[in-house]
Design a protein around this ligand. Structure first.
Ligand SMILES: *Cc1c(COP(=O)(O)O)cnc(C)c1O
Length: 366
């Protein structure tokens, strides 16, 4: 399969935004149509149907004009009733952000901190929920700051068994589209993602799936806001409308084209390609004296966080690669220089990864 990434530019091996193929980028330049027109309506529902395939769900999906953070806010805003609490499991920077988002929305948010590099485990969630009074819990499926992927199937199973009324809210921003996440089979309540990560679209759209349980709960929340009122958005959807506010129409053209490409590649083939690139990245890192940052068994298939056990000058390595038009990431926040990150998601292929490793190997021996 040939992936014709835009030629002649610094290629992105960072965990978002990711490479966008030329034909998908070009789809955005199609002439505008009115967002209340039959043409846009057809486009909107086609993108939604394809999204259901990609998220492996037959339940309600949402497509909003925002980055993923918009739906991160919508999740807690719509999923927690007044007087009830939300549990935020914090094992990295994006998980921590969900706590800030919860607090910023005036919710009673209980934060459980876990060491960075560790996954969220069902027993941690269980122990925290035992205090009672919770309407929802938040978990980041693939913590982009640490390269850790938690077992959300096991977490959801435990919550369903022991706390049937607690909603399982999942940030899958850097995993959806690169990793198999069967939303319905795992009985999740809300899962959101962004356009610019493993789905390999330009930034500007966010996508989600929601369970009936989630929407029932949302109807009991009196102040859900307006732009991200998921009951209102679901109602527009049910009535054959698109979105109450003007959507980013150009990005919908791009999403339609990209989702066609994703489904043509085949979801299983796509997930296998991500796994293969992860294994290549682990092999390169370990062969060159580095260690992986995540706890064994929890490494992400879309982004590898490498512990700088060799004490290399990470900033210099990032610069060296940049000068050769390859862009990798330093560690996130407090992990800067102690780690570095190589994303292997979206449009990247094993050949692209090999090209990067050749350059990084040359840096290490320079
Ligand atoms: C990138 C990222 C976000 C933020 O998404 P935006 O689209 O920038 O709002 C949230 N969570 C995770 C895990 C991410 O990787």
């Amino acid at each position: 399969m040939s992936l014709s990434i835009l030629p002649d530019h610094p290629r992105l091996y960072i965990p978002g935004p990711t490479e966008v193929v030329a034909e998908v980028a070009a789809a955005q330049t199609r002439p505008m149509v009115g967002h209340r027109s039959a043409e846009f309506q057809a486009l909107f529902y086609d993108v939604a149907a394809k999204l259901q395939h990609i998220l492996l769900t037959e339940q309600q999906v949402f497509i909003v004009t925002a980055s993923g953070s918009g739906l991160q806010e919508a999740a807690v805003r719509n999923g927690v009733r007044p007087g009830r609490k939300v549990l935020n499991m914090v094992n990295g920077a994006f998980a921590e952000r969900w706590h800030q988002v919860s607090v910023g929305n005036g919710l009673e948010a209980v934060r459980v901190d876990l060491p960075w590099g560790q996954p969220v485990r069902p027993e941690d969630v269980d122990a925290a929920l035992a205090a009672g009074g919770f309407d929802a819990m938040t978990v980041v499926h693939n913590e982009t700051s640490t390269g850790v992927m938690s077992d959300i199937a096991a977490i959801a199973r435990r919550v369903r068994e022991r706390y049937p009324d607690v909603l399982v809210l999942v940030d899958a921003v850097s995993s959806a589209g690169g990793v198999r996440i069967p939303f319905d089979a795992w009985d999740l309540d809300f899962l959101f993602t962004s356009s610019q990560k493993a789905l390999a679209l330009p930034p500007g759209l966010a996508f989600a799936a929601a369970s009936a349980r989630f929407l029932d709960r949302a109807r009991q929340v009196p102040h859900r806001g307006w732009y991200f009122d998921l009951v209102l958005l679901a109602q527009s959807f049910a009535e054959g409308e698109t979105t109450p506010a003007t959507p980013a129409i150009g990005l919908f053209y791009a999403a339609q084209r990209q989702f066609e490409r994703i489904l043509a590649e085949g979801l299983e083939a796509r997930f296998a390609r991500h796994e293969c690139m992860m294994h290549m990245t682990h092999a390169w890192a370990c062969a060159h004296g580095f260690e992986l940052f995540p706890a064994p068994g929890y490494a992400s298939p879309t982004v590898t966080c490498i512990r700088n056990t060799r004490g290399v000058d990470v900033a210099a390595m990032v610069q060296y690669a940049k000068a050769r038009r390859l862009v990798i990431g330093n560690g996130y926040g407090r992990l800067k220089n102690q780690t570095f990150r190589i994303a292997h998601m979206g449009e990247l292929t094993p050949d692209h990864m090999q090209a990067l490793f050749d350059v990084l190997t040359a840096f290490l021996s320079s």
